[in-house]
Write a protein that binds this ligand. Structure first.
Ligand SMILES: Cc1cc2nc3c(=O)[nH]c(=O)nc-3n(C[C@H](O)[C@H](O)[C@H](O)COP(=O)(O)O)c2cc1C
Length: 350
């Protein structure tokens, strides 16, 4: 799947020039834009072919799961399961056209798993056109133009909505303090991602390819996650203390950045400017190494404005207590947020 945006995986009669243009544009898009693009493409093919989707509730379910993933509300497991279901239905189809339409839909939904699926969906859409209009290059050109225009439209819409924030949790559990702090601050258009739910690989079982060429794990979710940072106004890392240190999930992302920023050096300064880190720890006195690790991204004079430690033990917080319900800790969080991230809007009526 690694090079599928450059090399077609299926044999089709195509417009190479437009396909290359789409592949070039694709490389600079984040995965959310590509997921939106994929769903639009699948809906367009369904409409174009008058395909009756009503007997397959899996299609609606798949579109919904992909949309939820775009908002950080679906797990990768769900995306993969529904993708498998759709491809199984594709295999059961008797005629080539229905089978190919299901391939478009299946790859479009799977774009939430790996962004490369989006371009494969676009190739299957062209195969649909080939099946309907044999060797008709004008029809192929029309469909590729539609795809390119749609990608341009969605990517410029995303550019206009740059003032949303990303909350990225490195906790191993749901509904703990990392999630509670994110939900306390989040506005409607913000995104929450639990790193544990992504499909990720740690720096292991490799030959340091990232130093010479590219990381062998480019196909997992991490490169796309890092690529999506560009589309957020602020990025807030929520890092729990495990055994006196930041959790291992935090180090996994930090190490994989080696590959990303080696290839995207020009994006590093902008990333640091928008990065804020909230560490949830016992206390600085008991574990003096925790906060310096989180602070090491920043110049000394910038640390205070970018890094906050929430010391649970100073306020007798037990494992299942929620720091945002403690008035003193809530006040520390709110003033850090207000001073450094942005003014808190009253969204209690939303
Ligand atoms: C493996 C593990 C190790 C932990 N080690 C510490 C520790 O050394 N000191 C501490 O104060 N809390 C420790 N904790 C508790 C977490 O820091 C605490 O639950 C915090 O709220 C984590 O964020 P969460 O609620 O989102 O999971 C540990 C939790 C786990 C799962």
């Amino acid at each position: 799947m690694l090079n599928s945006h450059r090399i077609r995986k299926i044999k089709i009669v195509d417009n190479d020039e437009l396909r290359n243009e789409i592949a070039k544009k694709y490389s600079s898009q984040n995965q959310i834009v590509l997921a939106e693009w994929s769903l639009e493409m699948a809906k367009h093919i369904i409409q174009f072919t008058n395909f009756d989707t009503s007997i397959y509730p899996e299609i609606k379910e798949g579109f919904e799961i992909n949309e939820l993933w775009q908002k950080g509300k679906a797990r990768m497991y769900e995306v993969r399961q529904i993708g498998f279901k759709i491809h199984r239905i594709a295999r059961e189809q008797k005629d080539e056209l229905s089978k190919t339409i299901f391939r478009v839909i299946g790859h479009a939904i799977a774009s939430a798993h790996m962004k490369e699926h989006s371009i494969v969906a676009s190739d299957y859409a062209i195969k649909v056109i080939n099946l309907l209009y044999e060797k008709n290059l004008d029809k192929v050109k029309e469909e590729r133009m539609w795809q390119l225009d749609k990608m341009n439209e969605l990517s410029s819409l995303k550019q206009m909505d740059k003032n949303s924030n990303l909350y990225l949790s490195f906790s191993a559990r749901n509904s703990g303090n990392c999630e509670a702090i994110a939900k306390h601050f989040m506005k409607k258009k913000d995104t929450y991602i639990a790193f544990k739910d992504l499909f990720y690989n740690s720096c292991s079982k490799c030959e340091y390819e990232c130093f010479k060429d590219e990381c062998k794990y480019r196909q997992d979710d991490i490169y796309n996650l890092l690529d999506s940072f560009n589309s957020y106004e602020k990025i807030i890392f929520l890092v729990p203390m495990y055994c006196g240190n930041p959790s291992s999930l935090y180090f996994i992302l930090s190490e994989r950045m080696q590959d990303y920023f080696n290839h995207n050096e020009e994006k590093y300064d902008a990333f640091l400017k928008k990065l804020f880190i909230i560490g949830i720890l016992g206390s600085k006195k008991e574990s003096p190494l925790f906060m310096p690790i989180l602070s090491s991204w920043f110049e000394q004079e910038d640390v205070e404005g970018h890094v906050l430690g929430i010391e649970r033990h100073l306020y007798n917080q037990k494992l299942d207590d929620t720091v945002v319900t403690n008035a003193a800790l809530k006040s520390i969080l709110d003033s850090f947020f207000k001073k450094n991230i942005e003014c808190i809007e009253d969204n209690s009526n939303e």
